[in-house]
Design a protein around this ligand. Structure first.
Ligand SMILES: [Zn+2]
Length: 122
């Protein structure tokens, strides 16, 4: 089943929830798996990363607009671009997992700090 989506559109409640879940890891230092993911070589949990203030990112959520989404066809893929997306300027801000075990990655523009992409892949 393929639903034809119209863009731009506001974020869904699920997309906002994923963003909030991911951004909540910024102040704890767990945003790249620190304290949770085990290094295969050493067998030790990855160290925490330095705390990051989530407020500048949380403040953007209500103003974000989805302008496009991935068309790879994988039903477990829910990857969307926001209006601030610029090719070649996005870097991962948070890398974690959804409650149903998919990868959840939030990207920001490395120069402006705007949130640019939400990537959920199974
Ligand atoms: Zn995809």
């Amino acid at each position: 089943m393929v639903t034809q989506e119209k863009f731009p559109r506001p974020l869904t409640d699920q997309e906002k929830a994923w963003l909030r879940q991911a951004l909540s890891l910024l102040p704890t230092g767990e945003y790249f798996g620190g304290g949770r993911w085990v290094d295969i070589e050493t067998g030790e949990a990855k160290p925490l990363d330095p705390p990051v203030d989530p407020e500048p990112y949380l403040a953007q959520i209500e103003d974000l607009v989805v302008v496009d989404r991935c068309r790879c066809g994988n039903p477990r893929c829910h990857t969307v671009d926001f209006q601030h997306y610029r090719p070649g300027h996005s870097m991962a801000l948070v890398h974690t997992n959804t409650d149903d075990g998919r990868e959840l990655i939030v990207f920001e523009d490395e120069e402006t700090g705007w949130l640019t992409q939400l990537e959920v892949i199974g």
